[in-house]
Design a protein around this ligand. Structure first.
Ligand code: HAM
Length: 403
C-alpha cells in the first residue's frame, strides 16, 4: 500500500465536510467585503519567494519544496499564497489601474517543516489580499472580517497585534536592537546569534525560554514609531475597542515572513496545542514594488484551515433530497427518468438494486434523505409512486406524472 508522504494527509468523510464548510463560510463573508476569487499556480519560480518572503526567513532558507524542473528552471511549491497573488497582480498590470482590488483564494501550501500536531508539510489556507488601500481603516476592516468568519464558524480566539513600522522608523530601530542584542549575544541561542546578522527583528520571536527572558528588556519598536505609524497604530486600537474586538498588543509579534510593515496580527486559539496560530497577516505596502509593480499599498491575511478544523462547530445536518428505490426488478429502470427530472432541483439518491421495504427505509436514513420514494408491484401496475416525508412522517401515493 502506498501511503501519503510524511506530514501530508487526505481529507475524507468528516474532515472534508468540515473543509467545505470552512471554505464556503469564509467565501460568503469575503464576498460581502468585496473580494473576488483569484487562482494562481501552486508551482512558481523560486526567486519569487526568495524576494518576497525573504531569503533569511525560515520558510525560504529551510522549508521550501524546491527543485529543478525538466527545463532546468529553479522552481518551488508555494509555501504561502501572498507572493503568487502579488505576482499575478503585477503580471496582469492591475497595479496600473486606479481602482482598489481585492482577492480571496484557498488551496494547498507546502512547507518542509518537522511535522507535529497542527503542523503539516502540505496544508490549506484561505486567504485574502486587498490592494490599493493605504488607510488603517482597511487593516481594521480585515481584522473585523476575520473575526466575523471565526464567529460564523463558532470559533473563539485571542487576537495579537503589533506595528512593524515603516522604512522611516524601522531602520533606526533595527540599529538600536542590534546594539542591544550584541551586548547579550553570548547568552542567546545559536539561532538568535545567526539572526542578529541576517534578520535581527526575528530574534524577538525566539521560542527559547532563556532568550525570551533576556529579550524582555529589548527596545520596543512600538515606542519608537514615526508619527504616521504611531497615529495609525493608535487609530487601529481605538477602532478595535469601539467594535468590542478584544486584542493584546504583543511587541514581540514580528511574523515569519519579511514583507510586512505597519500592522501585523495573529489570531490564536488556546484549544489546539502548541501550534496555536489559526490566522495571520498584516500590511505589506512595499511588496508590489518589490516584485516590479507600481507602488501599491496592500494588506491581507491567511487562515490555516487544518488548524481550525477541530474547532469548527458544524451546523446541524438537515434531511435533504429524495431517496428512490424499487421493490421489484422491473421497476428499477422506471426510476431513472424520475431521478433525472428531480436532480434539476434537489439531491437524489438512486438505489439500483430492488430490495424490501425495510432495507430501503434504512438506506434513506443512511443518506439523510428528506423523502423516500418507492415503486413496488402495485405502484408499477398503477403508474404511481409511494412517497413518505421523513420529517413530517406524512405518506401518500401519487401518479408518476404528478410527482
Ligand atoms: P502564515 O502566518 O505563515 O502567513 O500562515 C497563515 C496560517 O497558516 C497560520 O496562522 C497557520 O494557521 C497556517 N499554517 C502555517 N504553517 C502551517 C503548517 N505547517 N501546517 C498547518 N498550518 C499552517 C502567511 O502565510 C501569509 N501569506 C498570510 C498573509 C496573507 N499575510 C498577508 N496576506
Amino acid at each position: 500500500m502506498i501511503n501519503p508522504l510524511r506530514g501530508m494527509k487526505d481529507l475524507t468523510f468528516d474532515e472534508s465536510q468540515r473543509f467545505v464548510h470552512i471554505v464556503t463560510t469564509a467565501i460568503t463573508i469575503a464576498k460581502r467585503y468585496g473580494y473576488g476569487y483569484i487562482e494562481t499556480p501552486i508551482l512558481e519560480e523560486t526567486a519569487l519567494f526568495k524576494r518576497s518572503v525573504g531569503d533569511s526567513s525560515d520558510i525560504v532558507s529551510k522549508e521550501m519544496y524546491q527543485f529543478e524542473d525538466k527545463g532546468g528552471n529553479d522552481v518551488c511549491m508555494r509555501p504561502e499564497g501572498t507572493a503568487g497573488v502579488v505576482r499575478a497582480f503585477v503580471h496582469a498590470k492591475l497595479d496600473r489601474q486606479p481602482s482598489k482590488q481585492k482577492f480571496y483564494y484557498y488551496g494547498s501550501m507546502f512547507r518542509y517543516e518537522r511535522p507535529q500536531k497542527g503542523r503539516l508539510r502540505a496544508f490549506h489556507q484561505f486567504g485574502c489580499e486587498s490592494f490599493g488601500e493605504g488607510s488603517v481603516y482597511e487593516d481594521f476592516t480585515i481584522i473585523t472580517m476575520i473575526s466575523q468568519i471565526f464567529e460564523a464558524l463558532g470559533i473563539g480566539f485571542d487576537l495579537q497585534i503589533n506595528s512593524l513600522g515603516c522604512t522611516e522608523c524601522m531602520p533606526p530601530y533595527k540599529q538600536d536592537l542590534v546594539g542591544f542584542l550584541t551586548q547579550i549575544k553570548t547568552d542567546l541561542c545559536e539561532d538568535c546569534n545567526r539572526r542578529i546578522d541576517t534578520n535581527p527583528i526575528r530574534v524577538l520571536d525566539c521560542k527559547n525560554k532563556t532568550c525570551q527572558s533576556l529579550l524582555l528588556n529589548a527596545p520596543k519598536l512600538i515606542n519608537n514609531l514615526c508619527t504616521s505609524c504611531d497615529t495609525d497604530f493608535k487609530k487601529l486600537t481605538v477602532l478595535l475597542d469601539k467594535a468590542s474586538i478584544k486584542y493584546q498588543v504583543d511587541t514581540h509579534l514580528v511574523r515569519g515572513l519579511d514583507y510586512y510593515n505597519k500592522t501585523a496580527f495573529e489570531f490564536v486559539s488556546n484549544e489546539i496545542g502548541a501550534q496555536s496560530a489559526i490566522a495571520g497577516g498584516g500590511r505589506y505596502d512595499k511588496l508590489v514594488e518589490f516584485l516590479d509593480g507600481k507602488p501599491t499599498p496592500a494588506v491581507g491575511f491567511a487562515i490555516g484551515i487544518e488548524r481550525i478544523m477541530e474547532l469548527v462547530k458544524m451546523p446541524e445536518s438537515v434531511r435533504e433530497g429524495i431517496y428512490l428505490g424499487a421493490m421489484v426488478d422491473e421497476a428499477v429502470e422506471k426510476l431513472f427518468a424520475i431521478a433525472t427530472a428531480k436532480r434539476k432541483e434537489t439531491k437524489v439518491t438512486l438505489e439500483y438494486t430492488s430490495k424490501g421495504f425495510k432495507s430501503h427505509m434504512k438506506g434513506a436514513d443512511k443518506v439523510h434523505a428528506r423523502y423516500v420514494v418507492l415503486i413496488g408491484e402495485d405502484e408499477l401496475s398503477n403508474g404511481t409512486v409511494w412517497l413518505k416525508d421523513l420529517e413530517t412522517k406524512e405518506e401518500k401515493t401519487l401518479l408518476i406524472e404528478a410527482f
